[in-house]
Design a protein around this ligand. Structure first.
Ligand SMILES: *Cc1c(COP(=O)(O)O)cnc(C)c1O
Length: 388
């Protein structure tokens, strides 16, 4: 599909469906086979070999085994790649499985084991990198320190924008330039391809916790990385060997979810804009962190990110006590981690999502994070007003 010439909304509905007419179906088929009949030892073996080294199945040999290839997952990957303006995408069983694969793919066999990570990051990513679990060494730095922190053995630069939970915007193009030849991975979970396409700014890999906006209904846990063909092969190889797979039922739900992604994100964003503006006037609120309200010294809103998104962080007057009260007093907001679904959530990053982060880099105790859903904004405002 010549997706780059079509508008995002059209791509979201049609991408990854090229083979459906030929199959004689209209809805996305779900292939649950764990194994596939082999036409011959020779054909199966050659296809196996192609996939084990990161390639795609041969027409003669087929998928062989579902840890190597699944057509339902492959269709979702193709759709996400189109939305992110990338050559390919590789899906995983969670955002963290995707991040793990990115680290393994860029460090193994490259003679490089250093990762440069721009803070703040999602707590799980921060934890994975600081733990050294995968045999890497990580330097955490500010976005302005990338050039000075790159080493000869740096395998990858990781950044997140808007960052979780402060919603700071990081200049992707500036980091890509500072990184030189080193591939930059951008976690695009908060922005979604509706609001931001890091590949257009030079990012080598675009990671999503598909659990969040891509799924959008709080019923799938998944991760995906959009990238060029070469990195995709390395990621598929890691996936085939380590087995961090996305199940085809999850891939089906994600692919179906993509069709409404643009309208969901825009509608949730419109709600969030109204709620952020209201929060700013509330006497119980010390500070609202939201693109368009927070400082944007590099003018990234509108240039790098097309919209403000639907995530808000709020510093409450009264610190931890107040945050604890608000999270338990809300009725429409669910007190729960995760984000990006059609229903609104509230959580306390310092105690939950960012608990594993070193104390110096942990979010403030007074901070709560809101994921704004599709409810009527006046109802959400009334709920927050009662609670705060
Ligand atoms: C949730 C999240 C992740 C981790 O994804 P999982 O699907 O939970 O493994 C990574 N990055 C960001 C920004 C997230 O919000």
């Amino acid at each position: 599909m010549t997706s780059l010439r079509l508008q995002l909304d059209t791509v979201a509905v049609h991408a990854g469906r090229d083979d459906l007419a030929e199959l004689g179906v209209h809805a996305l088929p779900i292939d649950l086979s764990s194994t596939n009949p082999l036409p011959s030892i020779e054909a199966g073996g050659l296809s196996y070999e192609a996939m084990a080294s990161g390639g795609t199945p041969t027409a003669e040999g087929g998928a062989v085994y579902a840890r190597l290839w699944n057509p339902t997952v492959a269709r979702f990957e193709s759709a996400l790649a189109s939305l992110e303006h990338a050559e390919a995408a590789v899906a995983f069983g969670s955002g963290m499985a995707a991040m793990t694969a990115a680290i393994l793919a860029t460090t193994n066999g490259t003679g490089r084991r250093h990762v440069l990570a721009v803070r703040p990051l999602y707590g799980g990513t921060d934890h994975l990198l600081s733990s050294g679990l995968l045999g890497t060494e990580t330097t955490f730095c500010a976005s302005t320190e990338v050039a000075a922190s790159i080493r000869p053995d740096t395998a990858m630069v990781v950044l997140e924008t808007p960052a979780n939970p402060t919603l700071d915007l990081v200049d992707i193009r500036a980091v890509v330039e500072a990184a030189g030849d080193v591939p930059v991975l951008v976690d695009n979970t908060f922005a979604t391809p509706v609001l931001q396409n890091p590949v257009d700014l030079g990012a080598a890999m675009v990671l999503h916790s598909a659990t969040k906006y891509l799924g959008g209904h709080g019923d799938v846990i998944a991760g995906v990385i959009a990238c060029g063909d070469e990195l995709a092969a390395a990621l598929r190889r890691v996936r085939a060997v380590t087995g961090g797979l996305l199940h085809p039922l999850g891939a089906y739900l994600l692919h179906r979810g993509l069709t409404t992604l643009p309208i969901r994100v825009r509608a949730q964003q419109a709600n969030a804009q109204q709620i952020a503006a209201w929060l700013q006037t509330h006497p119980g609120v010390a500070r609202v962190h939201y693109p368009g309200i927070s400082e944007d010294p590099h003018g990234l809103l509108g240039r790098q990110m097309k919209g403000t998104g639907a995530m808000i962080a709020v510093d409450l007057r009264g610190g931890y006590e107040r945050a604890a009260h608000v999270t338990s007093a809300v009725r429409l907001f669910t007190h729960a981690v995760s984000l990006g679904g059609v229903d609104s959530l509230i959580q306390h990053p310092a105690a939950l999502t960012h608990r594993p982060v070193t104390p110096e880099a942990r979010p403030a105790e007074s901070l709560v994070r809101l994921s704004i859903g599709l409810e009527a904004p006046e109802d959400l405002i009334a709920d927050l007003d009662r609670a705060i």
